[in-house]
Design a protein around this ligand. Structure first.
Ligand code: UT7
Length: 339
């Protein structure tokens, strides 16, 4: 079951997205580069995924911590807010460098956010939207005034570049947003949903020890420490879930296709996005796609898209936007906002 619910009750205050920020590594890995590593082609990758290139970290100087720290720093700058004004930092990631401390605590330390509470959240590709919903709930409940949420994954350190089906999909990125309590009651989240189905966890997972290899993968020559994915299963799940989650959000809020300003969605595969766009009837300009340049950056993708849209002035005040994501877990989430 998911926590899909009725539209959120009106509040005596608004919740404003005060600023956004993002960070990607400089290093570009193109489809042509993959042609030199595995038996593949630019044509195959582009036709099956919509990807031309992705950004990957230089492991000696960057990773989940540096990308998410930089994204939060940029979001704070856009919000004209100091880190010391934050009440919470929530980092959604499944590629934290350390088990302890959390990446959020390291961000807080680096930016000077003490004594803000800081914790990580793992929801794979749904991470940014989960963090947005949790952050919004903290402000809504009166527990916080200012919350930084960031989604970041650096899966380049967790994919086997000798394996052609998984490695071509992923890139590294971080996207952040600052949520703040505001007197303008027209701004805020009007609906959110989150859900998970752990029975299919083995469709997308990173086993670290032999006993974590799923029964169905026992004879598949799994390399420990690397992302395992049943591409076809995830594809089927994503195509169905993407559409269901958007249709649920629209039905519960009464919003029609033309009411929506932007659908800001997880960049899983261009074919998955296009199938949902076409079925629901969104125009191309309502559904932002950057997977051609950044690949699938897991928890980083939705926040990265949001920041790029904000920078380009493509988010119109008053027109609702829908954030939507789905991925490992398996998990899914939506969040509908008036900005
Ligand atoms: O963020 C959420 C996480 N993941 C996703 O959203 C991924 C969802 N799944 C997908 O995007 C697709 O399943 C993939 C892009 C990963 C794969 O595309 P597909 O159309 O499902 O390909 P497939 O796995 O069914 O493989 C078709 C053929 C196979 O060859 P045979 O058995 O038909 O001879 C593969 O060996 O394509 C072959 N193949 C490749 N060929 C060239 C697989 N990867 C490659 C490759 N280059 N990189």
């Amino acid at each position: 079951m998911s926590s899909e619910a009725a539209p959120l009750p009106a509040l005596p205050f608004g919740i404003r997205i005060a600023g956004t920020g993002s960070a990607v590594p400089d290093q570009v890995l193109t489809n042509r580069d993959f042609e030199k590593i595995v038996d593949t082609s630019d044509e195959w990758i582009f036709q099956r995924t919509g990807i031309r290139e992705r950004r990957v970290c230089d492991p000696l100087k960057e990773g989940t911590f540096t990308l998410s720290r930089d994204a939060v720093a940029r979001a704070l700058e856009a919000a004209k807010m100091k880190a010391s004004e934050l009440d919470f930092i929530i980092c959604a990631t499944c590629t934290s460098e350390m088990g302890c401390p959390s990446t959020s605590c390291r961000i807080a330390g680096a930016l000077g956010a003490a004594p803000a509470a800081a914790f990580d959240l793992v929801a794979a590709c749904s991470g940014f939207v989960y963090a947005l919903n949790v952050g919004e709930s903290l402000v809504r409940a009166g527990r916080a005034k200012n919350v930084a949420v960031v989604g970041c994954d650096a899966l380049s350190g967790h994919v086997d570049y000798c394996e052609r089906t998984v490695s071509i999909l992923f890139g590294d990125a971080a996207g952040a947003a600052i949520l703040t309590r505001d007197t303008d009651t027209t701004k805020g989240c009007i609906y959110q949903s989150m859900g998970a189905d752990g029975s299919n966890w083995h469709s997308l997972y990173i086993p670290r020890r032999p006993q974590e290899v799923a029964e169905c993968d026992r004879n598949n020559g799994i390399r420990l420490g690397f992302l395992q994915m049943d591409g076809r299963e995830v594809f089927k799940f994503a195509v169905t879930k993407f559409r269901e989650v958007i249709e649920d959000a629209m039905a519960k809020t009464g919003l029609k296709v033309d009411d929506i300003g932007q659908v800001i969605c997880h960049q899983s595969n261009a074919r998955i996005i296009e199938a949902a766009r076409e079925k629901i009837g969104f125009r191309h300009d309502q559904v932002y796609v950057n997977i051609d340049r950044f690949g699938n950056s897991s928890a980083g993708s939705v926040g990265l898209c949001f920041d790029q849209l904000m920078q380009a002035g493509k988010i119109q005040p008053g027109k609702p936007i829908i954030f939507v994501a789905f991925g490992g877990g398996l998990t899914w989430a939506s969040s509908v906002w008036r900005i």
